[in-house]
Write a protein that binds this ligand. Sequence first.
Ligand code: ATP
Length: 315
Amino acid sequence: MNAVTVRVPAKVNLQFAVGARGADGFHDLVTVFQAVSLYDEVSVTPADMLQVSVTGDSRIGAPAVPCDPTNLAARAAIALAAYTGRAPTVSIRIRKHIPVAGGMAGGSADAAATLVACDLLWETGCSRAELSAIAADLGSDVPFMLHGGTAVGRGRGHLLEPMVSSGPFHWVIAGTNRGLLTVDVYGAHSRFRAAARGRVAALPDGPTDGLRDALVTGDPKALAAEMYTDLQATALRLRPQLGRLLDFGVEQGALRGLISGTGPSCAFLVASADEARRLQGRLETFEGCTRALTVYGPVGGIEVVASPVKEVCQR
Ligand code: ATP
Protein backbone atom coordinates (compact mmCIF):
# COMPACT_ATOMS: atom_id res chain seq x y z
CA MET A 1 0.00 0.00 0.00
CA ASN A 2 1.24 3.49 -0.82
CA ALA A 3 1.37 4.84 2.72
CA VAL A 4 3.46 7.76 3.87
CA THR A 5 4.04 7.93 7.61
CA VAL A 6 5.64 10.88 9.38
CA ARG A 7 6.11 11.80 13.01
CA VAL A 8 5.86 15.30 14.37
CA PRO A 9 6.94 16.71 17.73
CA ALA A 10 5.04 18.79 20.30
CA LYS A 11 6.24 22.21 21.45
CA VAL A 12 6.68 24.18 24.64
CA ASN A 13 6.98 27.97 24.83
CA LEU A 14 10.04 29.36 26.62
CA GLN A 15 8.87 32.98 26.45
CA PHE A 16 5.41 34.22 25.50
CA ALA A 17 4.65 37.94 25.24
CA VAL A 18 1.09 38.88 24.25
CA GLY A 19 0.38 42.27 22.70
CA ALA A 20 -2.75 43.99 21.49
CA ARG A 21 -5.38 42.29 19.37
CA GLY A 22 -5.20 43.29 15.73
CA ALA A 23 -7.99 43.94 13.24
CA ASP A 24 -7.80 40.28 12.17
CA GLY A 25 -8.80 39.25 15.72
CA PHE A 26 -5.39 37.79 16.53
CA HIS A 27 -3.08 39.04 19.24
CA ASP A 28 0.40 40.15 18.28
CA LEU A 29 2.90 37.77 19.83
CA VAL A 30 6.57 37.41 20.48
CA THR A 31 7.18 33.86 21.57
CA VAL A 32 9.97 31.31 21.65
CA PHE A 33 9.01 27.79 20.65
CA GLN A 34 11.02 24.68 21.42
CA ALA A 35 10.12 21.34 19.82
CA VAL A 36 10.24 18.47 22.33
CA SER A 37 10.48 14.70 22.05
CA LEU A 38 6.79 13.84 22.29
CA TYR A 39 5.41 12.79 18.92
CA ASP A 40 2.17 12.24 17.07
CA GLU A 41 2.38 9.91 14.08
CA VAL A 42 0.39 10.58 10.93
CA SER A 43 -0.06 8.13 8.02
CA VAL A 44 -1.73 8.97 4.73
CA THR A 45 -2.87 6.50 2.07
CA PRO A 46 -4.81 7.03 -1.16
CA ALA A 47 -8.57 6.57 -0.70
CA ASP A 48 -11.84 7.16 -2.55
CA MET A 49 -12.74 10.00 -0.22
CA LEU A 50 -11.29 12.04 2.64
CA GLN A 51 -11.27 9.96 5.82
CA VAL A 52 -9.76 10.60 9.25
CA SER A 53 -9.19 8.17 12.10
CA VAL A 54 -7.64 8.95 15.46
CA THR A 55 -6.25 6.53 18.03
CA GLY A 56 -4.75 7.37 21.41
CA ASP A 57 -5.20 7.26 25.14
CA SER A 58 -8.17 8.86 26.89
CA ARG A 59 -5.73 10.35 29.45
CA ILE A 60 -4.48 12.70 26.73
CA GLY A 61 -8.01 13.38 25.45
CA ALA A 62 -7.60 11.50 22.16
CA PRO A 63 -11.25 10.31 21.99
CA ALA A 64 -12.37 13.97 21.88
CA VAL A 65 -10.53 14.69 18.63
CA PRO A 66 -12.99 15.08 15.73
CA CYS A 67 -12.77 12.56 12.86
CA ASP A 68 -14.43 14.86 10.34
CA PRO A 69 -13.35 17.74 8.08
CA THR A 70 -12.90 20.00 11.12
CA ASN A 71 -9.88 17.93 12.16
CA LEU A 72 -6.86 20.14 11.50
CA ALA A 73 -5.17 17.31 9.63
CA ALA A 74 -8.16 17.04 7.27
CA ARG A 75 -8.09 20.81 6.79
CA ALA A 76 -4.41 20.56 5.85
CA ALA A 77 -5.11 17.87 3.24
CA ILE A 78 -7.98 19.93 1.82
CA ALA A 79 -5.79 23.07 1.68
CA LEU A 80 -2.89 21.33 -0.09
CA ALA A 81 -5.26 19.59 -2.50
CA ALA A 82 -6.93 22.90 -3.35
CA TYR A 83 -3.55 24.60 -3.83
CA THR A 84 -2.32 21.87 -6.16
CA GLY A 85 -5.63 21.45 -7.99
CA ARG A 86 -6.57 17.91 -7.00
CA ALA A 87 -9.18 16.17 -4.86
CA PRO A 88 -8.30 15.51 -1.20
CA THR A 89 -9.00 11.80 -1.57
CA VAL A 90 -6.82 10.46 1.18
CA SER A 91 -7.18 8.42 4.34
CA ILE A 92 -5.43 10.09 7.30
CA ARG A 93 -4.59 7.99 10.32
CA ILE A 94 -3.43 9.89 13.43
CA ARG A 95 -1.81 8.19 16.40
CA LYS A 96 -1.98 10.77 19.17
CA HIS A 97 0.54 11.10 21.97
CA ILE A 98 0.48 14.90 22.28
CA PRO A 99 -2.14 15.95 24.88
CA VAL A 100 -5.28 17.35 23.22
CA ALA A 101 -6.10 21.00 24.00
CA GLY A 102 -2.95 20.92 26.11
CA GLY A 103 -1.11 24.01 24.89
CA MET A 104 1.43 21.84 23.06
CA ALA A 105 0.08 22.48 19.55
CA GLY A 106 -1.04 18.91 18.91
CA GLY A 107 -3.62 19.80 16.27
CA SER A 108 -1.16 22.13 14.55
CA ALA A 109 1.44 19.38 14.63
CA ASP A 110 -0.96 16.97 12.90
CA ALA A 111 -1.77 19.62 10.29
CA ALA A 112 1.92 20.17 9.56
CA ALA A 113 2.53 16.41 9.43
CA THR A 114 -0.36 15.93 7.00
CA LEU A 115 0.96 18.68 4.73
CA VAL A 116 4.34 16.96 4.50
CA ALA A 117 2.87 13.46 4.17
CA CYS A 118 0.37 14.44 1.45
CA ASP A 119 3.04 16.46 -0.32
CA LEU A 120 5.16 13.29 -0.54
CA LEU A 121 2.25 11.01 -1.39
CA TRP A 122 0.97 13.26 -4.16
CA GLU A 123 4.49 14.29 -5.28
CA THR A 124 3.27 17.86 -5.59
CA GLY A 125 6.72 19.42 -5.94
CA CYS A 126 5.70 22.29 -3.67
CA SER A 127 8.62 24.27 -2.30
CA ARG A 128 9.23 24.65 1.41
CA ALA A 129 8.08 28.28 1.16
CA GLU A 130 4.79 27.22 -0.44
CA LEU A 131 4.14 24.64 2.29
CA SER A 132 4.99 27.25 4.95
CA ALA A 133 2.48 29.69 3.43
CA ILE A 134 -0.27 27.04 3.42
CA ALA A 135 0.72 26.15 7.00
CA ALA A 136 0.37 29.77 8.15
CA ASP A 137 -3.16 29.94 6.72
CA LEU A 138 -4.11 26.81 8.67
CA GLY A 139 -3.03 28.13 12.07
CA SER A 140 -0.50 30.28 13.87
CA ASP A 141 1.53 27.36 15.28
CA VAL A 142 1.53 25.23 12.13
CA PRO A 143 4.63 26.81 10.48
CA PHE A 144 6.76 26.12 13.56
CA MET A 145 5.59 22.51 13.66
CA LEU A 146 6.91 22.13 10.10
CA HIS A 147 10.36 23.31 11.17
CA GLY A 148 11.00 22.19 14.77
CA GLY A 149 14.14 23.09 16.71
CA THR A 150 13.97 26.36 18.61
CA ALA A 151 12.62 29.52 17.01
CA VAL A 152 11.21 32.95 17.72
CA GLY A 153 7.62 33.39 16.48
CA ARG A 154 6.36 36.90 15.74
CA GLY A 155 3.11 38.18 14.27
CA ARG A 156 0.52 35.56 15.21
CA GLY A 157 3.48 33.33 15.99
CA HIS A 158 3.78 32.32 12.34
CA LEU A 159 6.74 34.54 11.33
CA LEU A 160 9.70 32.43 12.35
CA GLU A 161 13.34 33.18 13.10
CA PRO A 162 15.36 30.06 13.94
CA MET A 163 17.47 30.29 17.12
CA VAL A 164 20.77 28.68 17.93
CA SER A 165 20.29 26.25 20.78
CA SER A 166 22.46 23.57 22.27
CA GLY A 167 20.95 21.12 24.67
CA PRO A 168 19.40 18.81 25.38
CA PHE A 169 17.20 20.58 27.91
CA HIS A 170 15.18 18.17 30.03
CA TRP A 171 11.51 18.72 30.76
CA VAL A 172 8.65 17.06 32.59
CA ILE A 173 5.25 17.82 31.10
CA ALA A 174 2.41 17.41 33.55
CA GLY A 175 -1.28 17.90 33.06
CA THR A 176 -4.78 17.39 34.29
CA ASN A 177 -7.48 15.72 32.26
CA ARG A 178 -9.38 18.94 31.49
CA GLY A 179 -8.09 20.85 28.50
CA LEU A 180 -8.17 24.61 28.03
CA LEU A 181 -9.23 26.05 24.71
CA THR A 182 -6.90 28.64 23.24
CA VAL A 183 -9.82 30.91 22.36
CA ASP A 184 -11.08 30.82 25.98
CA VAL A 185 -7.68 31.70 27.42
CA TYR A 186 -7.16 34.66 25.07
CA GLY A 187 -10.76 35.81 25.70
CA ALA A 188 -10.28 35.70 29.48
CA HIS A 189 -6.87 37.38 29.18
CA SER A 190 -8.45 40.32 27.32
CA ARG A 191 -11.36 40.56 29.78
CA PHE A 192 -9.16 40.47 32.87
CA ARG A 193 -6.88 43.08 31.40
CA ALA A 194 -9.79 45.35 30.46
CA ALA A 195 -11.36 44.93 33.93
CA ALA A 196 -8.05 45.89 35.54
CA ARG A 197 -7.86 48.82 33.11
CA GLY A 198 -4.48 47.35 32.28
CA ARG A 199 -2.63 48.95 29.42
CA VAL A 200 -1.20 46.63 26.86
CA ALA A 201 2.54 46.74 27.40
CA ALA A 202 4.65 47.28 24.30
CA LEU A 203 5.76 44.00 22.85
CA PRO A 204 9.46 43.26 23.22
CA ASP A 205 11.48 43.19 19.99
CA GLY A 206 12.33 39.58 20.57
CA PRO A 207 13.61 37.13 23.17
CA THR A 208 15.71 38.46 26.04
CA ASP A 209 19.50 38.44 25.58
CA GLY A 210 19.66 36.17 28.64
CA LEU A 211 17.49 33.59 26.92
CA ARG A 212 19.60 33.69 23.76
CA ASP A 213 22.78 33.17 25.87
CA ALA A 214 21.23 30.35 27.90
CA LEU A 215 20.21 28.52 24.74
CA VAL A 216 23.67 28.87 23.21
CA THR A 217 25.47 27.66 26.34
CA GLY A 218 22.87 24.99 27.09
CA ASP A 219 22.65 26.13 30.73
CA PRO A 220 19.28 25.02 32.19
CA LYS A 221 19.56 27.24 35.30
CA ALA A 222 20.13 30.30 33.16
CA LEU A 223 17.26 29.28 30.88
CA ALA A 224 14.94 28.79 33.87
CA ALA A 225 15.64 32.35 35.00
CA GLU A 226 14.55 33.73 31.61
CA MET A 227 11.31 31.78 31.10
CA TYR A 228 8.01 33.69 31.28
CA THR A 229 4.53 33.79 29.82
CA ASP A 230 2.04 36.65 29.91
CA LEU A 231 -0.78 34.07 29.95
CA GLN A 232 0.18 32.38 33.21
CA ALA A 233 -1.98 34.58 35.48
CA THR A 234 -5.03 34.08 33.25
CA ALA A 235 -4.61 30.31 33.05
CA LEU A 236 -4.24 30.10 36.83
CA ARG A 237 -7.39 32.16 37.36
CA LEU A 238 -9.28 29.80 35.06
CA ARG A 239 -7.72 26.71 36.70
CA PRO A 240 -6.38 27.46 40.21
CA GLN A 241 -5.30 23.83 40.51
CA LEU A 242 -2.57 24.54 37.94
CA GLY A 243 -0.95 27.04 40.33
CA ARG A 244 -0.76 24.37 43.01
CA LEU A 245 0.70 21.91 40.50
CA LEU A 246 3.35 24.43 39.40
CA ASP A 247 4.30 25.18 43.03
CA PHE A 248 4.49 21.48 43.83
CA GLY A 249 6.81 20.82 40.87
CA VAL A 250 9.21 23.55 41.98
CA GLU A 251 9.12 22.33 45.61
CA GLN A 252 10.04 18.89 44.24
CA GLY A 253 13.12 20.16 42.44
CA ALA A 254 12.13 21.70 39.10
CA LEU A 255 14.24 24.71 38.14
CA ARG A 256 11.09 26.39 36.84
CA GLY A 257 7.52 25.53 35.90
CA LEU A 258 5.36 27.39 33.36
CA ILE A 259 2.17 26.64 31.55
CA SER A 260 2.91 25.74 27.96
CA GLY A 261 1.27 28.02 25.42
CA THR A 262 -2.29 28.60 26.58
CA GLY A 263 -2.09 25.65 28.97
CA PRO A 264 -3.14 23.61 30.75
CA SER A 265 0.00 21.47 30.28
CA CYS A 266 2.67 22.55 32.75
CA ALA A 267 6.25 22.38 31.49
CA PHE A 268 8.86 21.87 34.22
CA LEU A 269 12.50 22.48 33.31
CA VAL A 270 14.96 20.29 35.24
CA ALA A 271 18.73 19.97 35.39
CA SER A 272 19.19 16.47 33.96
CA ALA A 273 17.50 13.35 32.61
CA ASP A 274 17.79 11.73 36.07
CA GLU A 275 16.10 14.74 37.65
CA ALA A 276 13.34 14.50 35.05
CA ARG A 277 12.61 10.87 35.96
CA ARG A 278 12.64 11.72 39.68
CA LEU A 279 10.28 14.66 39.23
CA GLN A 280 7.99 12.61 36.99
CA GLY A 281 7.51 10.12 39.85
CA ARG A 282 6.76 12.92 42.32
CA LEU A 283 4.29 14.69 40.02
CA GLU A 284 2.39 11.45 39.46
CA THR A 285 1.50 11.54 43.17
CA PHE A 286 -0.08 14.99 42.90
CA GLU A 287 -3.84 14.82 43.17
CA GLY A 288 -5.50 15.61 39.84
CA CYS A 289 -2.31 15.18 37.81
CA THR A 290 -3.34 12.61 35.21
CA ARG A 291 -0.07 12.41 33.34
CA ALA A 292 3.59 13.33 33.73
CA LEU A 293 5.96 12.73 30.83
CA THR A 294 9.71 13.20 30.50
CA VAL A 295 10.85 14.81 27.26
CA TYR A 296 13.85 16.73 25.96
CA GLY A 297 14.39 19.46 23.45
CA PRO A 298 15.15 20.87 21.08
CA VAL A 299 14.38 18.14 18.55
CA GLY A 300 14.08 18.43 14.78
CA GLY A 301 10.79 18.92 12.98
CA ILE A 302 8.84 16.42 10.96
CA GLU A 303 10.57 13.13 10.25
CA VAL A 304 9.53 10.68 7.53
CA VAL A 305 9.12 7.21 9.07
CA ALA A 306 7.96 5.35 5.94
CA SER A 307 7.44 6.40 2.36
CA PRO A 308 7.13 4.60 -0.96
CA VAL A 309 8.69 7.62 -2.65
CA LYS A 310 12.32 6.77 -3.33
CA GLU A 311 13.81 10.23 -3.13
CA VAL A 312 12.53 11.43 0.19
CA CYS A 313 13.41 15.04 0.66
CA GLN A 314 13.72 15.67 4.40
CA ARG A 315 12.15 19.02 5.16
P1 ATP B 1 -2.32 25.28 20.69
O1 ATP B 1 -1.22 25.03 21.64
O2 ATP B 1 -1.88 25.32 19.25
O3 ATP B 1 -3.18 26.43 21.05
P2 ATP B 1 -3.56 22.99 21.83
O4 ATP B 1 -2.39 22.08 21.87
O5 ATP B 1 -3.94 23.66 23.10
O6 ATP B 1 -3.33 24.04 20.69
P3 ATP B 1 -5.00 21.07 20.26
O7 ATP B 1 -4.55 19.75 20.80
O8 ATP B 1 -4.44 21.51 18.97
O9 ATP B 1 -4.81 22.20 21.35
O10 ATP B 1 -6.61 21.01 20.20
C1 ATP B 1 -7.39 22.17 20.14
C2 ATP B 1 -8.76 21.81 19.60
O11 ATP B 1 -8.62 21.39 18.23
C3 ATP B 1 -9.44 20.69 20.34
O12 ATP B 1 -10.71 21.12 20.68
C4 ATP B 1 -9.53 19.54 19.36
O13 ATP B 1 -10.72 18.81 19.45
C5 ATP B 1 -9.42 20.22 17.99
N1 ATP B 1 -8.66 19.42 17.00
C6 ATP B 1 -8.89 19.38 15.69
N2 ATP B 1 -8.00 18.57 15.08
C7 ATP B 1 -7.19 18.08 16.01
C8 ATP B 1 -6.09 17.19 15.98
N3 ATP B 1 -5.65 16.62 14.86
N4 ATP B 1 -5.47 16.93 17.15
C9 ATP B 1 -5.90 17.53 18.29
N5 ATP B 1 -6.95 18.35 18.36
C10 ATP B 1 -7.60 18.64 17.24
